[in-house]
Design a protein. Structure first.
Length: 85
């Protein structure tokens, strides 16, 4: 048989995915990974001292501009990858 043959997969369907598909954005495990990743990243920002030191040492206007500019620059990576794939 082939890998894909009339809505059946050689390895079987993937549990918790939309219709058992291998290529889907509706994945239960992917959603759980995203939630864990977001919670972990918030923990990193709030616990790591270097984030607080740079914010306290800078002027309030410079710190807010720097964080916004950094966020916009960092957003370009996942945005460009998501639109090109």
């Amino acid at each position: 048989g082939t890998f894909y043959d009339d809505q059946t997969y050689a390895c079987g369907p993937v549990p918790n995915n939309n219709s058992g598909s291998y290529l889907t954005m509706l994945s239960g495990d992917g959603l759980m990974f995203g939630i864990i990743n977001i919670v972990g990243n918030f923990g990193t920002v709030f616990v790591d001292q270097s984030y607080w030191q740079s914010a306290i040492a800078a002027k309030p206007t410079s710190a807010s501009r720097g964080y916004l500019l950094g966020g916009i620059c960092w957003f370009a990576i996942p945005f460009s990858l998501a639109t090109s794939l």
